[in-house]
Each structure stands twice: as structure tokens, then as C-alpha cells.
Design a protein around this ligand. Structure first.
Ligand SMILES: [Zn+2]
Length: 437
């Protein structure tokens, strides 16, 4: 049987109403050839579908392998939960390896759970690097011959954060490079939506991949207008943030249902100030009747769930979402038409991820980045040169700068739809023309 038929059949097994896209097919082809592969596809292309389909593909390609497992390393609970729900809706059994700080609390239920994982009762097993590499239960899996035998692929999701987080607060990410030795000859699929040219170069060594194939496509989202605004100078830092969020909150209050669905990224401290201001102008509201929501990693689960559910609808009641950077991954509402950053994130990868939440249906959208000199000081921990250049460069198209970092250049797009630099240039030209009349 040709690989092409195998791939189409596996995708149809997963979801009868979709066909694989060209870059997904390319990734499957490499996987079937036993090659490690880095998949760098824009947010919205459907990179997760690749590992969702793998259990079906493995079943078809190697029917002798009984109860194969796709082991997926994923950095955040919110992503794991969302992905497990999607897989379950497609009748694929999935679970996540629990991570407990206090291993003494392990009980027989957990032993039984690990036993089920080893037995191959779950086709996709999610794990944080910590749960797999730093706990006795994780070690049990990594030394179990039957589990190792069952693992048909090792997936590293959101692989762009492995380097950054591994260096900083989650050092278990650094140990991921030991996994290829455990799962010898099993293909590794590293997935991301936003690998820069530099990250692509470094990734194989960081993950211990062998001469990986690369599947990628330009991350350009032509329906998103890029805008950059320098914040007013000489103000107190609180006032600067206030200026950004107050304008938005006041506009929301004025006409909630005509306010575009907006994600406003801000540091947590200022989110709480903005939330207090919203409460002041709207009065007491809760998530069942409010026009706004606050999302951050420690937010009450019920609030997160209610927000996510409302934002899935065609015309959501919640119009303004105040959030820190976490929502940039895994949270995917289709109706967002504006993304505002009150401050630049630390990398251009992160920026691209976060603005990718806008215009998911292909509708026109805007990404606005507020910045000032304080935000782009060189000594901010973890800040990358690429985002500094994006903020500092005033004589170049923003889309060109953004795409250039990912090894692509822009294709045909009109100046007024491109970015604040090109749109201004267009206005200047028009002004010049008027003067000559
Ligand atoms: Zn431009």
C-alpha cells in the first residue's frame, strides 16, 4: 500500500470530513520513513492534527505492534487538558501523567494508572518533562521494556520553549535530550508554530534529534494588520499602563457588543489594576454575565472554562480578555479580531504565537504592540534581540522584520493592509500627490 493511501485513510479514520494538508502529509511521510522531523507550521495550520492522527497511522502502518503509544511532551496543563478533550471526541484514548510534588502521596490508584499506561490502554500519553523525568512514576515508565516497546513516536509539542524554559525555571526541559537514547530508533516529532531561524538551528542538539527533516511554511498571516505604538514618554510606569487599559475599558463600557473581541496582554500586576477599574465602571459582575474576563494560569478553573466556552461562540458576550502570556498557547477562540500588547513579550516567537490568536477565521484583524525604551532595555532578563529590533526599527516594514526572523519574506499585500509603517508610507505618498495638484 502506498504511503499516500495510508495517510489519507488514517486521517479519515480520525475525522472523515477532512483531508490532510500538504505539509501534514510531508510530516507523515518523514515519520513513516522513520526520520526525526521538526514541524514548524503557522498557528492555525493544524500541527496538532499530526500527532492526533499518529495512533491511527501507526495502527495501519505497523499492525503487528500491539496497542502503540504516542508519548507527547507538553509544557502546560491547559494545553494537555484541551488536547485530551479533542482526542476523546475522536475516540482516541488519552491521558496525562500526573505530576506530584510530594511523591509520598502516591497511592494504589496511581500505581494502577501507571500500570494502564504501560499496558497501552492510552493511545496518547501526555506528560510534562518534570512528570516523566523527575518522578519515580516517570522513571518506572522510562525503564519499562514493554512501555518503551509500545512507544511508536515521541512528540515534543511547543518545542520553541524548550531552550528558554530549560535555561530558566524548568530545568527538566534540558533533560529531554536524554530521551532519544531511551526510545532508540523511534522517530521524534518536534512541533512549533514559531521557530526562528536561530532556534531551528539549535533545536536538534537541544532535543538530541538525529539529522531531522524540516517541514515548515511561512508564518505570515495576511489578514492581521501589524501596528506598533510608542508609549508616551516621561510618565510613571503605572500611568503608562493605565493609559493603555483605560482607553480599552472605557470603549468597552460605551458600547460592549460593538467592541471588537480583544485579547489584551499585560503583566499580571497591571491586569489586577485593570480588572479593578473594570469592576469600578461596570459594577459587580461575574463570569456568567460579564463583558470581560481575566485569564492567567492560576485563575479559577471554572472561570477559565466559562470564558473559553463563551469565546467559542459566533458572537461572544465576553469582548475583552485581559491576560498574561499563558493564553498565547493552547487557547484558541475563533472570533478575536484584535490583539493588544501593553508591553512587548520577551521574544518575537512569543509575539508571533500571541498575535496568531487574532483573525482565526481569516477575518480582518489587528495586532497592536505598545512599547517604550524601558520595555526594550537590553538588561531585561530573557529578552531577545529579535523583539528589541522589532520595536526599535523605524524605517522598515514590520511584516518584513517579523517574517525575516523566521526565514521568510512577505508576499503580495497592499500597504494599507500590511503594517503601520507601510500604511504611513502610503499616506505620505498620497499627501505628496495632493500637494502637486
Ligand atoms: Zn509593512
Amino acid at each position: 500500500m502506498s504511503n499516500s493511501k495510508l495517510i489519507f485513510d488514517a486521517v479519515h479514520d480520525y475525522n472523515a470530513s477532512i483531508d490532510p494538508k500538504p505539509k501534514q502529509i510531508e510530516a507523515f511521510e518523514y515519520f513513516l520513513a522513520g526520520k526525526d522531523v521538526i514541524v514548524n507550521l503557522p498557528v492555525g495550520y493544524g500541527k496538532s492534527l499530526i500527532y492526533h492522527v499518529l495512533p491511527k497511522l501507526v495502527q495501519r502502518a505497523t499492525p503487528d505492534l500491539e496497542k502503540p503509544v504516542v508519548l507527547t511532551i507538553s509544557p502546560l496543563n491547559i494545553i494537555q487538558t484541551e488536547q485530551i478533550d479533542i482526542l476523546k471526541r475522536h475516540n482516541i484514548s488519552a491521558c496525562s501523567l500526573p505530576y506530584l510534588d510530594n511523591e509520598e502521596s502516591l497511592d494504589s490508584d496511581l500505581n494502577q494508572f501507571n500500570h494502564s499506561i504501560v499496558n497501552g490502554d492510552f493511545a496518547v500519553v501526555f506528560s510534562h518533562p518534570e512528570a516523566l523525568l523527575n518522578t519515580s512514576k516517570g522513571q518506572e515508565l522510562l525503564t519499562s521494556c514493554s512501555f518503551i516497546h509500545r512507544v511508536a513516536a515521541l512528540v515534543i509539542d511547543e518545542c520553541h520553549i524548550v531552550e528558554t524554559w530549560g535555561e530558566e525555571f524548568r530545568t527538566a526541559f534540558k533533560k529531554l535530550k536524554t530521551l532519544p537514547a531511551v526510545f532508540e530508533n523511534k522517530p521524534i516529532l518536534a512541533l512549533s508554530g514559531t521557530l526562528t531561524v536561530g532556534q531551528l538551528k539549535k533545536l536538534p542538539e537541544i532535543l538530541g534529534m538525529k539529522n531531522p527533516a524540516i517541514v515548515q511554511e511561512s508564518p505570515d498571516r495576511q489578514n492581521i494588520f501589524l501596528q506598533k505604538i510608542e508609549k508616551v514618554k516621561g510618565q510613571d510606569i503605572c500611568e503608562i499602563y493605565e493609559e493603555v487599559f483605560k482607553k480599552e475599558c472605557d470603549n468597552l463600557k460605551q458600547s460592549p457588543m460593538s467592541y471588537p473581541v480583544t485579547l489584551l496582554f499585560m503583566p499580571l500586576f497591571y491586569i489586577s489594576q485593570a480588572a479593578a477599574y473594570l469592576q469600578h465602571i461596570f459594577g459587580k459582575a461575574d463570569i456568567t454575565n460579564s463583558y470581560y474576563a481575566v485569564l492567567y494560569s492560576r485563575q479559577d478553573k471554572a472561570v477559565i472554562q466559562a470564558t473559553v466556552t463563551d469565546l467559542q461562540s459566533d458572537n461572544p458576550r465576553i469582548r475583552l480578555v485581559l491576560t498574561s502570556s499563558v493564553a498565547g498557547m493552547g487557547f484558541d477562540p475563533p472570533c478575536v479580531t484584535r490583539v493588544i500588547h501593553a508591553k512587548p513579550p520577551r521574544t518575537l516567537s512569543q509575539y508571533l504565537q500571541e498575535i496568531g490568536r487574532a483573525g482565526r477565521r481569516g477575518q480582518k484583524a489587528t495586532a497592536t504592540l505598545y512599547y517604550n525604551n524601558r520595555d526594550i532595555a537590553k538588561n531585561i532578563p530573557g529578552i531577545e534581540d529579535d523583539i528589541l529590533q522589532y520595536c526599535k526599527t523605524d524605517d522598515k516594514c514590520l511584516r518584513e522584520i517579523l517574517l525575516g526572523n523566521f526565514g521568510f519574506s512577505k508576499t503580495q499585500i497592499s500597504n494599507e493592509e500590511c503594517c503601520s509603517y507601510c500604511a504611513t508610507k502610503e499616506l505620505d505618498i498620497a499627501g505628496l500627490f495632493d500637494d502637486t495638484l
